[in-house]
Design a protein around this ligand. Structure first.
Ligand SMILES: Cc1cc2nc3c(=O)[nH]c(=O)nc-3n(C[C@H](O)[C@H](O)[C@H](O)COP(=O)(O)OP(=O)(O)OC[C@H]3O[C@@H](n4cnc5c(N)ncnc54)[C@H](O)[C@@H]3O)c2cc1C
Length: 432
């Protein structure tokens, strides 16, 4: 009878594990089921470009069933809620699945470090939906500010704060800069460049930790040149509706505070037995197996391999771990020797808006336009499937030739200004 392999998570690690299992020597010995709460694979490196209206949201997501057409695995769109490692069973929101082998790869979630009000009053930036919501909110603020005559209100609408100076925060702020300065200032008569404020708050003493200091410095200079305020040693201590408070009591008033400051393991992973690190990831052995359960593997953002505890939480690590987990399952079945995971840095790419990036490829470091071209080439190459590559390449070309699309497709939800307008309309309708 075929051995049942269940994979939890449809991101870099989970999808790669499923693909690898369709290639291994004993592939016919496995009955593979991939469970994910979304029916698409998301190419996260391009999320900031969704927020800035450079690429269409659908173009950076690949339906998992399109992958499946060529690969041999079953797909279940459902949220995994509990893993019973003793009974080798996973309960999802729709089905219960028994397994012989399990690969746990549900990625990570935002960590708010217990900061009061952070969860409730900031925008998250991890999912496709987050990027779409943020894009529409930014444009909504510009629509209101365009005709608002209240100076304090306008300042609050046109101040955009990113909490977290890692590569996600830095890439996001430069993309928002492009949207605001390249589009909004040119098309909204009531908004001038000097009305806009972009601020990055970093708790530590440097931004882009993990990137070579020289390139981090270039990036800082680049942000400063654009007028983006980067404030290091500035931890947020409280978030509230309409702003954020810093250590020392200073308050920044803004309708847009985006949280990119930290990640931790999902609840599913934190509930697994065995040792966990300080951000809740399972500490697994060098073969990525859970302590005491050699049939359970962890991969990607959910895993802290004992041999590579400091490995960054990035896509190449997740892809490699997904592959190794799959091959080790095959090795166990085929009586082969298990492969250890060892972290080897493949460098770092950070995009700083249209036409500029910094690249660090194991000693070869460069920045500027060619780095940006290189960044684009790498990301296009890595996008899953030719259709997505073409769609993104066309989006990038259109962005160079035409103004970006700035329509707000959904009626903004939870916007205090829209709600106030509606209330006013109701009162005036009642009075007529
Ligand atoms: C905005 C942003 C930009 C980034 N840019 C880069 C970059 O430029 N370069 C880079 O290398 N890395 C980048 N990263 C990091 C990279 O995305 C992660 O390291 C990588 O996605 C981790 O892969 P993973 O498979 O572990 O998790 P993910 O890719 O996050 O996949 C996890 C999957 O599991 C699903 N899932 C979660 N919980 C459950 C559940 N309970 N049941 C079922 N399914 C579940 C999720 O919906 C998701 O589909 C970025 C991340 C973000 C958020």
């Amino acid at each position: 009878m075929a051995r049942r392999v269940v994979i939890l998570g449809g991101g870099f690690a989970g999808v790669q594990a499923a693909i690898e299992l369709s290639r291994v020597a004993n592939k016919n010995a496995f009955d593979v089921t991939l469970v994910a709460d979304q029916n698409y694979f998301l190419f996260t490196p391009l999320l900031p470009q969704v927020a800035s209206s450079t690429v269409d949201p659908r173009h950076i997501a690949q339906p998992i069933r399109d992958l499946r057409a060529r690969r041999e695995f079953r797909f279940v769109r459902s949220e995994a809620q509990r893993v019973d490692v003793e009974r080798k069973r996973v309960r999802t929101s729709e089905v219960t699945l028994d397994y012989d082998y399990l690969v746990v790869a549900p990625g990570s979630r935002a960590d708010y470090f217990g900061i009061p009000g952070a969860r409730e009053n900031t925008f998250n930036f991890k999912s496709l939906e987050d990027a779409v919501v943020l894009r529409e909110h930014v444009l909504d603020m510009c629509e209101h500010a365009d005709h608002s005559t209240d100076a304090a209100e306008r300042a609050r609408m046109l101040t955009f704060v990113i909490v977290g100076g890692g590569y996600t925060g830095v890439e996001l702020v430069t993309e928002l800069y492009e949207l605001l300065f390249d589009y909004v200032v040119k098309h909204y008569r009531g908004i001038a460049a000097q009305d806009l404020k972009l601020i990055v708050l970093e708790a530590g003493s440097e931004v882009l930790r993990g990137v070579h200091p020289k390139l981090a410095l270039y990036s800082m200079k680049r942000l400063a040149k654009k007028g983006i305020e980067v404030r290091v040693n500035s931890p947020a201590v409280r978030c509230f509706e309409g702003g954020v408070e810093l250590r020392g009591g200073e308050k920044i008033i803004s309708d847009t505070v985006v949280w990119t400051a930290g990640v931790r393991a999902t609840e599913l992973v934190e509930a697994l037995p065995g040792k966990h690190d300080r951000i809740g990831r399972c500490i697994v052995n060098q073969y990525l197996q859970l302590e005491g359960h050699p049939e359970v593997f962890l991969a990607g953002d959910a895993a802290a391999a004992a041999t590579a505890l400091d490995a960054p939480r990035v896509a190449p690590v997740a892809i490699e771990q997904g592959e190794i987990a799959a091959r080790n399952i095959d090795h166990i079945e085929g009586g082969g020797i298990l492969e250890p995971y060892r972290f080897e840095s493949r460098g770092m790419l950070v995009s700083l808006g249209m036409n500029y990036a910094v690249v660090d490829l194991g000693g070869i470091r460069f920045s500027g336009y060619f780095a940006w071209l290189f960044w684009n080439a790498v990301h296009l190459y890595k996008l899953v499937g030719l259709k997505k590559q073409v769609q993104v390449a066309v989006d990038w070309t259109l962005a160079l030739l035409f103004p970006r699309d700035a329509m707000i497709v959904r009626r903004p939800r939870g916007c205090r200004y829209c709600d106030a307008q509606q209330e006013k309309a109701k009162v005036s309708a009642a009075g007529q």
